[in-house]
Design a protein around this ligand. Sequence first.
Ligand code: ZN
Length: 247
Amino acid sequence: MLSERELVRYGRQLLVSKLGKDGQLKLKRARVAVIGVGGLGCTSSLYLALAGVGKLLIVDSDRVELSNLNRQILHWTKDIGRLKVESAAEKLREVNPEIEVEAVAARVTEENAHELIKEADLVVDGLDNFKTRFLVNDACVEQGKPFVHAAVHGLEGRLMTILPGESPCLRCLLPAEPPEVKPIPVLGATAGVMGCLEAMEAVKVIAGVGKPAVGRLIVVDGLAMAVEEVRVERRPDCPACSRRQQP
Ligand SMILES: [Zn+2]
């Protein structure tokens, strides 16, 4: 059931015909893990909190630095030095006290990846490197959890939604880990746009509405202000997908 407060708080999105009360209840019952609360994770977790996702689990081991503030919108100047998960959880709880936020200060490793996402119905990529993305991808594919992936570089962002058993995964898209660029150049707005798209995909998958970017890599080219779509096929030799029983 939705409370009177929730009916008012979410009133405008309840008017979205495809979403409605049924969709809102699904969001309320959902548990979403956002792995990384940097540029992508701050924006996606904020919009998931605003949308009324019942439980958000945020995972990050880093502390807020001055150089994060151009894009990591939940961390403010006063937060420099704090754990990112503490800074983010505080803002998310304040922006929507109706939801539950669990903060885990941990780095994702091969050992803990499965445990971290175990309780989640869906996982959102808030990471900044493909090594960890692959770990999360593999855990999601193995456990059958939808995984919304995004990455940013400069004014460009990419997004793909992975539905294990139905769609190609991150390893189908990228057979090898791309070379790491550190630090990644990025305009705050790029992370904002892509974080919003991630939240939109997560809401759609949870509520079961619309058509997620499954088997399609969405490339947002901010410099040209163009959006392109690249078809992604499942690789029969994908090490992640082949470990999973196909339906
Ligand atoms: Zn795969």
